[in-house]
Write a protein of this length. Sequence first.
Length: 402
Amino acid sequence: MDFEVPEKIRVITGMMDEFVDKELIPLEPEFLHKTFREMLPTLAEKRNMVKQMELWAPNHPKEYGGMELNLIEHAFVSESLGRCPFAHYVFGCQAPDAGNIEILYKYGTDGQKETYLRPLVDGKIRSCFSMTEVEMPGSNPVMMDTTAVKDGEDYVINGQKWYTSSSDGAAFAIVMALTNPDNPPYLRTSMIIVPTDTPGFNQVRNIPVMGEAGTDYNGHGEILYQNCRVPQKNLLGPEGHAFVIAQDRLGPGRIHHCMRWLGICKRMFDLMCKRAATRVMSPDGKTLATKQIIQSWIAECAADILAARLMTLNAAWKIENLGVKEAREDISLIKFFVANVLQKVIDKALQVHGGLGMTDDIIIPFYYRHERAARIYDGADEVHKVSVARRILREYEERDVK
């Protein structure tokens, strides 16, 4: 792959970096002590500023108002915006809307695009993706208890979902449900659009995560679908193809996640180095040893961040040029590798800040709480490691047979 960053992207990310530094990071003290819903008026003003700068919806189609950057170009954008916890939202490229926009654009009907896609790209509404279930392993989207049964011209949906992120305040959900139980395992589930004001769509709560139950976009909903009836025209893509569609969504989505995580790493690394360079230390015999330990952490984190970044950009290049199928191993590798680098860098940044690192006076504890889940969602580390190892060993076994 070519490691040269195109001039266009350097200009775009330069403008974004300046905006994040001047307009968004100064809002973080307020963000840390208010609910997301309380922040909405302020964030709406920043969103309007982004639109005026023509930097809105960087990875979404031009015909719907986006900039239509490709996967590699948007990877650099996601890294830039990852330095602030609400920057993706302000620039209109936040998950889960970003993934929902991709599949609506690829699989949606003309009617679905006008009703859901256009206002979603424009930021007039939000959406959520309802897949993970309480009693089923979230790492295996083939296993699903929620059902959607045909009744006349409708689907009737019943089931329980959780970690339906951003369901609080969303206009619609894209729901994965069992529609064809007699089909082969990978062709049993479908994706169905469910407006959240539909009778039978019941948000039970925003799940408390490490002591914090978010609101609005920042929440993780638990949803009960109780005889939730929607027309069959709300089917997204072919019936029984939810797993296939999910793979289209998750491959590029992991690039977005990993580059966002690397943006967080860069922010944490910057804070750690500034703290290490300016911290007043006690004048005793332990001072030199402590400095050397911190210097070792800084060197290790710098190497880990660089390795993770190159791995992620390589995976993005493979997806863009060879397709998701050819990049499966690389996607699994970056998922667990970058997530662990993220956790390590945040932890070291917190440790260098000492007691201050435990307080919500700074941004580090927010990332410490919210990004631990990086090693769980979209498949736990262990699942990806086993998957990669099996594919590698299969190649050796096939080679020995020959």
